[in-house]
Design a protein around this ligand. Structure first.
Ligand code: AHR
Length: 499
């Protein structure tokens, strides 16, 4: 059996992992909200219309915050439509997803649901069809104590205490040709700078996120980001970047290597931020909000085929085992950059590009990558340790020298360690030997594995438990090193407790 080595050292920490790295994304897109987290009349919905079966699945993910409400949705959204008595809320044609938006779920419903879910909200403002004034109105409604027009409006809607949102995303993917109010880097940076400046005058406790280019593949990247940062550098706190990995070639080996492109992407994003830091002679280091990431395979034009319907089933994917392992590679890569990535949002939470699927009026179930994120969110809290991985390699259609094994370890407050590892080898198991320098007296508490007979294995409504994690891994400590077999095409979580 081929063998890979991981070396970690107590002295070599990358960074404390920010809690917001365990965030997700809720957008009124397709059935993410309507028919997903919110479905009045569903047998399992509570009196407010929140589906409790879905809530159980989202709570288990332990996400710390959700970006809301967009996404592309934000570019023509009027937040006022979604507050106050429901019977007075307007139905609107929603342009980004060509759907009908009834506005029965707005920001206060999101607040209520988030309380049940135990998560915060990363609020997005519309700088597509709107501007500084409406961003200020929204901030006043959400965060101002009272005694002013919009804060009193919130109080009249039943929320005496301010919502106190701390994180504010200044629009979304503004470089995209599909975006309403598409902007150049200069325009984006300039408007974000002035919006952030004004918002911080109203509430100087907030942090703002500048929209960067929408994908590493966009020809606007990284010039758009540099031009935007050039305008807004001293006025914002994070640069937003997005990336989705896909398998259009239907070549699993090649697909599995794609987290290497994410690694290269992060290096370029950091270099771009640091170039502007140098240009401005600034003392400030720009942090990164990786506020949309996932795998995404079914790219369709479905919204244009049946436009102007309510909550159509858009962007619903049949994620399989291979997607779970690719996501594992992505999550390991995020952990390697937690000195700069301080927010990360799995996109999205329910139905649309999501690992949680529901049936209107019916059941809900989870797809294999659900467990990859769940393990990450549950066990990666603490400090990321610099990994030195030495693995046999392979070549794929687009990549050379792809390590079969990628891995990283994190350490919690009690110095318990978790090793996260993927095996990209489709034919064979691999041995992973972990040397833990500076760590003594550990037990293997659990070796969790997500594996399957076929890369396309998945779960369905009728067979929801076909691909499930198990704890029968053989990780053991021998001569102070952790020896573990990583089955072919697998996601592994090795939990080591300090004795
Ligand atoms: O998550 C789906 C969409 O993908 C988002 O609305 C947009 O920001 C991205 O292009």
């Amino acid at each position: 059996m081929k063998k890979a080595r991981l070396t970690i050292d107590k002295e070599f920490a990358i960074s404390q992992i920010d809690d917001k790295v365990f965030s997700s994304f809720v957008e009124p897109l397709g059935r993410c909200i309507y028919g997903g987290i919110y479905e009045p009349g569903h047998p399992k919905a509570d009196e407010k219309g929140f589906r409790l079966d879905v809530l159980e699945l989202t709570k288990a993910l332990n996400v710390t915050a959700n970006r809301f409400p967009g996404g592309n949705f934000i570019a023509d959204y009027r937040w006022e439509d979604g507050v106050g008595p429901k019977e007075l809320r307007p139905r609107r044609p929603e342009l980004a997803w060509q759907s009908i938006e009834p506005n029965t779920f707005g920001l206060n419903e999101m607040v209520e649901w988030s309380k049940l879910n135990g998560s915060d909200i990363l609020m997005t403002v519309n700088l597509g069809t709107r501007g500084i004034e409406q961003a200020l109105d929204l901030l006043e409604y959400c965060n101002f104590k009272g005694g002013t027009h919009y804060s009193d409006m919130r109080i009249s809607h039943g929320y005496k205490e301010p919502h106190g949102f701390k994180y504010w995303c200044l629009s979304n993917e503004t470089d995209g040709i599909w975006q309403i109010g598409q902007k150049t880097g200069y325009e984006n940076g300039r408007l974000a700078r002035e919006t952030s400046k004004a918002m911080k005058l109203l509430d100087n406790s907030i942090k703002t996120v500048l929209a960067g280019s929408s994908a590493p593949s966009q020809d606007t990247f990284p010039v758009f980001d540099a031009e935007s940062l050039d305008q807004a550098y001293e006025f914002v706190d994070y640069l937003s970047v997005h990336s989705y990995l896909s398998n259009p070639e239907n070549d699993t080996s090649n697909y599995l290597a794609k987290s290497l492109t994410t690694d290269a992407f992060f290096k370029s994003v950091i270099a771009t931020c640091d170039y502007i830091k140098a240009k401005h002679r600034s003392d400030k280091t720009m942090m990164i909000s990786f506020d949309e990431y996932n795998t995404w395979n079914k790219h369709s034009k479905e919204r244009f085929e049946n436009p102007w319907t309510f909550a159509p089933p858009l962007l619903e994917q049949n994620y399989a085992l291979e997607d779970a392992v690719v996501l594992g590679g992505l999550l390991i890569t995020i952990l390697k950059y937690t000195d700069r990535i301080k927010i990360a949002c799995l996109s999205e939470l329910v139905n649309c590009i999501s690992h949680i699927r529901t049936e209107n009026g019916g059941s809900c179930w989870t797809l294999p990558p659900y467990y990859t994120f769940l393990h990450f969110s549950k066990y990666a809290r603490g400090t990321a340790l610099q990994p030195k991985v030495d693995s046999p390699k392979y070549d794929s259609q687009q990549f050379t020298d792809v390590p079969y094994v990628d891995a990283i370890a994190t350490m919690d407050m009690d110095e318990n360690i978790t090793v996260f590892a993927i095996n990209r080898n489709l034919e064979d198991s691999m041995i992973l030997e972990t040397e833990m320098r500076g760590f003594e007296n550990y037990n293997v508490a659990e070796h969790i594995i997500l594996e399957g007979a076929d890369p396309k294995d998945t779960n369905t409504k009728d067979n929801p438990n076909k691909v499930m994690p198990h704890s029968n891994g053989n990780a053991a400590i021998e001569d102070g090193k952790v020896q573990a077999t990583l089955p072919k095409l697998s996601w592994n979580v090795i939990r080591l407790t300090k004795i």
